[in-house]
Each structure stands twice: as C-alpha cells, then as structure tokens.
Design a protein around this ligand. Structure first.
Ligand code: GLN
Length: 206
C-alpha cells in the first residue's frame, strides 16, 4: 500500500486531504493508495510521498526543523508536493530569514504578486492543459540556483524544470520527483494536478 502523508502542522490541510482522497477515487486506486495527515518525523518516515499545504511558511518551517521532519524527507528522499507555503519550504533561499528545507534548487520571493493582487484567480497552463489557479499571497520562483547556490539562467540548471509561468513569473517547477506550485489546486474541484503527483509516486513504487 502506498501512503501519502499530508503534513498537518499549520495551514490549509483539510482541503488537501479532501482533494487527495478525491483524486485517489477518480483514479480508481483506493486499494493501492491511502492518504492521511502526519505530524511527526516518525509518521513522515512511513510515507511514500508528502504533501505540504499553503499556510504560514515561517510557522510550518519552524515546526519542521524542531521535529526534524526535513531530515527524514531528505534522508529517505521522499517526494514532496508543495503548494504556496509548501513551495517556500521546498526552496533553498527566500527573501526572508526563515527555516526552510532547501530541497529544490530554487530561490523564492514570498508574497510575490503585490498588495493589490493579494488574492486572485487566473487560468494557468501546465502540462499543455489549462487549470484554475487560485493565488493567495502567493510566492513565485525568483531564481533557479546551481549546487553552489549561485543564480543560473533559466534552462541552464536542467535539474529544475519550469512547468508554468504567469506573465513572467515562474509559478510551478519540478525537480526530480518534487513539485512546487505557487497556487492552490486544493482549493478547486480539479484533481488533475494531484493525480499527476500520485501517478508519479505509483510509478516510483512499482
Ligand atoms: N505568503 C505565505 C508564506 O510565505 C504563503 C501564503 C499561502 O500559503 N497561501 O508563508
């Protein structure tokens, strides 16, 4: 049985649980995948994938460090799907002094869309399809980094794949099996992006 852990430290957790369960059902995989909330490193260690929700990345990051959850994720190479604050936590650098996990070679700008656009909805394009994008004080990827944390031009660090942009802002990236998105697919009825992540985990565990 594949287990997906939805990290429940702070933030929009129940929405991710609901949409993940709905995605599993749509895929007809209820006998193959379970999803449940996790709070501690020991629980995270038993998961094949971890979803990190939106919320307050400073609060979530502090608890991740305190509970040494990042160590487990890195040691066991557990694929993470991070939305909004989850994207901030996956990054190696942000424009704010805070605890992050440093798993993806990206630098993130928090609240990147400015005050007047604190919250907005916009259609976004990803995997050659259109999705509803809900942005709430959303971050964006300001730079792609190399192993020494230097900024590299887009397309140079092939490890980081840019999945989507809104205007010139990078809003979705993939590195290895980790995915980070600026927006909140969990706040829509559209399960396709969760299904994409879950399919990736299934393929890894075949
Ligand atoms: N701006 C928040 C942060 O950086 C993220 C907002 C969200 O997750 N909706 O923590």
């Amino acid at each position: 049985m594949i287990k997906i852990g939805i990290l429940n430290l702070q933030g929009a957790v129940s929405e991710h649980v609901d949409i993940t369960l709905k995605a599993i059902k749509n895929m007809g995989k209820t006998n193959e995948i379970v999803a449940e909330v996790v709070r501690y490193a020991g629980e995270v260690a038993e998961c094949n994938g971890i979803i990190i929700s939106g919320g307050e990345s400073t609060v979530i990051g502090k608890l991740i460090k305190e509970r040494e959850i990042d160590k487990v994720i890195i040691d066991k190479n557990i694929p993470v799907f991070g939305t909004c604050a989850g994207m901030v936590l996956l990054s190696k650098r942000t424009d704010y002094d805070q605890d992050i996990m440093g798993i993806m070679d990206i630098e993130v700008k928090r609240n990147s869309f400015g005050r007047q656009r604190d919250s907005f909805e916009s259609e976004i394009n990803i995997f050659e399809h259109t999705y509803p994008g809900v942005f709430i004080r959303a971050p964006s990827v300001s730079n792609i980094l190399n192993e020494s944390n230097d900024v590299v031009n887009e397309g140079i660090n092939d490890k980081v794949e840019i999945l989507s942009k809104l205007d010139s802002n990078i809003i979705a990236v993939k590195q290895g099996n980790n995915i980070a998105m600026s927006f909140h697919p969990e706040l829509t009825d559209d399960t396709r992006l969760h299904e994409y992540y879950l399919n990736q985990i299934i393929n890894l565990n075949r």
